[in-house]
Design a binder for this molecule. Structure first.
Ligand code: TMP
Length: 216
């Protein structure tokens, strides 16, 4: 695959979406084709599934139903947006991806890790992030920030300990895969966070252009 897939992850209110816009602007200025997208979402069908997943509802959603809906949205998104962009050589910046499923449906909903991973692999069909940047923030702080900007989706109704488990899961993932995943302190100022992200992405771009030179 000619392009690169960079995913941003973190708990609620971690500032991913703001950073992704800033990163996209910077990378475009550097002359790259950038595709900025998000999960769940990114295609008309996947955005409809997002609406189904986000809306607070009286009925409790079965964890397995939730997992399958996230994966259904992902299969559509990978096939129609991410894979074609990577084949063209674009840099794809994706707001959440497979690690959110491991953290939220695995650690949060306590679904078996292997089942979550198996479905992650099925839905992504051979596509995996080249780099994952996790914005780490104490759960209370993140939830407060999310509430301040008016967010009231279904996950926001969960307990503090649910969100604490999500944070620990992201921290564990970063420890397990230090080559792919870099964790950045979300308590830093937005400017400092941006600098840290840019530094890591610059290193990836350098490695990528060296490996392309070698193979040509
Ligand atoms: P956000 O994009 O505004 O952060 O909202 C997406 C919500 O969906 C967030 O609460 C995390 C959740 N989510 C999962 O639970 N599993 C997933 O696989 C993904 C992509 C998101």
């Amino acid at each position: 695959m000619k392009g690169l897939l960079i995913t941003l992850e973190g708990g609620e209110g971690s500032g991913k979406s703001t950073q992704i816009q800033l990163l996209a602007r910077w990378l475009k200025e550097e002359g790259h084709e950038v595709v900025c997208t998000r999960e769940p979402g990114g295609t008309p069908l996947a955005e409809e599934i997002r609406d189904l997943l986000m809306v607070p509802r009286a009925e409790t959603v079965a964890p397995l139903a939730e997992l399958l809906l996230y994966q259904a949205a992902r299969a559509q998104h990978v096939r129609d947006v991410i894979r074609p962009a990577l084949q063209r050589g674009a840099l794809v910046l994706c707001d959440r991806f497979v690690d959110s499923t491991s953290a939220y449906q695995g650690a949060g909903r306590t679904l078996p890790e292997e089942a979550v991973m198996e479905l992650n692999r099925l839905a992504t069909d051979g596509i995996w992030p080249d780099l994952t940047l996790i914005l780490d923030l104490p759960e209370q702080e993140g939830l407060q920030r999310a509430r301040n900007r008016g967010s009231d989706d279904r996950m926001m109704e969960e307990t503090l300990s649910f969100h604490r488990n999500i944070r620990s899961a992201f921290q564990r993932l970063a420890q397990e895969e230090p080559d792919r995943i870099t964790m950045v302190d979300g308590c830093l100022s937005p400017e400092e966070v941006l600098e840290a992200l840019k530094e890591r992405i610059s290193a990836l771009l350098q490695e990528h252009s060296l490996s392309q030179e070698r193979s040509s």
